[in-house]
Every structure is written in C-alpha cells, then in structure tokens.
Design a protein around this ligand. Sequence first.
Ligand SMILES: NC(=O)c1ccc[n+]([C@@H]2O[C@H](COP(=O)([O-])OP(=O)(O)OC[C@H]3O[C@@H](n4cnc5c(N)ncnc54)[C@H](OP(=O)(O)O)[C@@H]3O)[C@@H](O)[C@H]2O)c1
Length: 255
Amino acid sequence: MHLSERPSFAPSDRLTAVVTGSTGGIGSALCDELARLGWSLVLVNRSQSKALEQKSTLLTNHPDLSITLVQADLMDLADIRRACRELLDRVSKIDALYCIAGVLTSQRRLSADGHESHYAVNVLANYVIIQELAALMVSEQGQPPSMVVTMSSSAINRGNLDIENLSDPPKIGGLMGAYAQSKLALTAMCAETAQDLRSHGVLIRAIDPGPTKASGCQRYCVGLRNSCSQTLKARLRELQEPPIPTNSTGKAAFL
Ligand SMILES: NC(=O)c1ccc[n+]([C@@H]2O[C@H](COP(=O)([O-])OP(=O)(O)OC[C@H]3O[C@@H](n4cnc5c(N)ncnc54)[C@H](OP(=O)(O)O)[C@@H]3O)[C@@H](O)[C@H]2O)c1
C-alpha cells in the first residue's frame, strides 16, 4: 500500500504503538513504559506463547489497556507481508512504530528467501514493515508527526558497508561481522527513506540503545565469555552483567 492511500477510520483518542520483538529485553521494557503512559499496543512477535504471557502481565498491571497480538516470523518475507495485511485490517492508525526485533548470533542461518538471518531480520523485515504500515502513519500538516524507531548499534562505527555481500556475509559471528553489517544497512535505509517519510508527516530514527541489560546483549556476552581463553574469560566476567557504560549509550545514531 502506498503512503497516499491511507484508509480513513474514525479517530481514536488513544495513541497507538506497534512494537516488533516486544517480548525481548528492550521491547518488553518499552511496552511497560508505553502501557504506563496509556498507549494502545499492537505487539508483533514470533512466539505466541511469549506474547500471551506478556499480554497477561501487562493487563494485570494495566487492566484498561488495549493490546492486539499479531504473530509473525520476521525471517519469512511472506509471513511478514501476511502479518502486515492482518495488522492493516485490525488497526486504524499508528502513532509510533518501534522496530525492536533483532538477531545477534554466531550461527549462519538462511531464510526461506535465501537471506542470512542478520540481514533478513535486522534489515529486510524492518524495511518491508515500514513500507507496508506507512499508510497508517501519515499525519496531516499541523498534526504531530508519527514516528518510526529502529534499533541500530554502536557496532556501525567500526566498519564500512559491504553491499556486495550484505545478504550473505562471509563473517557471521561477533559484533563486527554480519551484525554490524546489518545495523549499518538498517541505519542507511532509515537515512534513505527519511525524506520521503517526512513529506508524509512521519519521522524515522535509528537509535543506538547502547549496551543494555537486556536478554540479547546478555546472551551475546555470555557466549563471548564461553568461547574464549581462561585469561580472557576472567577479564570478561563483568560482561555477564551488562549494562556496560559506553559513550554511545542512549545516543541516536541517525537523526
Ligand atoms: N541489548 C543491547 O545491548 C543492544 C544494543 C544495541 C542494539 N540492540 C538492538 O536492540 C534490539 C533489541 O535488543 P534486545 O537485547 O532486547 O534483544 P532480545 O532480548 O534478544 O529480543 C529480541 C526480540 O526479537 C525477536 N526476534 C528475533 N528473531 C525474530 C524473528 N525471526 N521473528 C520475530 N521476532 C524475532 C525475539 O523474539 P523471540 O523471543 O521469539 O526470539 C525477541 O522478541 C535488537 O534489534 C538489538 O540488535 C540491543
């Protein structure tokens, strides 16, 4: 659907946020905050059981909350498009789209479409979701803009984009391999689409949340520690307990 084809629905009082990867560390913290502020939530997740558990916890704490669950495997382009169609049917407007879901792994996994998992989830999925849902985010002149937020990383500062090998990079493991490449591509994609989105009243930001005490970072740090020598293991022990303060924490990688 093109941006100019935004369907017309009756306006709703509550602000609505779509959050992908809402069951993860950063996603769930974000949802807790949005729920506290009274936003309606549309949660896009691969695991229905984790999503149901999150919904139940959120409703226990905020009984008036409106929560819509949409299931999608972001490794699968056809499933992403199906989920977006479902979302377009069930939601009338989106005030904020938080693309939080992400992959950081040392395993090489190809999607059914032939893309390595970092590129498939961290880049392609976000691009398709933003394009498919943008029509629900258009805001008229004089109205507050709607917002797309994607999760970049400080890893983008350590290398150049290797476009030739983007969808199947030679180096998978570590922060500086496929992960950094995917976050570089994601940030570039946000910069590239910013102008078009802005002309429709949509702002896009690629944010570096910094090393965060969330499950993704936690898993990576423990994996890193287990795969190295005893001496290094001792020095890396503190990495088991992020957050690790850095200068990039909380900075927006692209504005
Ligand atoms: N944590 C940090 O310090 C840090 C630093 C910089 C950037 N980031 C970025 O911030 C984002 C969130 O990080 P986090 O630490 O909160 O990660 P996390 O706890 O590992 O959560 C990742 C989320 O993405 C979902 N996801 C992964 N693959 C998916 C797929 N194929 N389909 C649908 N959902 C999928 C996971 O769902 P399942 O539960 O089903 O796996 C989970 O909900 C990521 O994009 C990450 O790269 C994090």
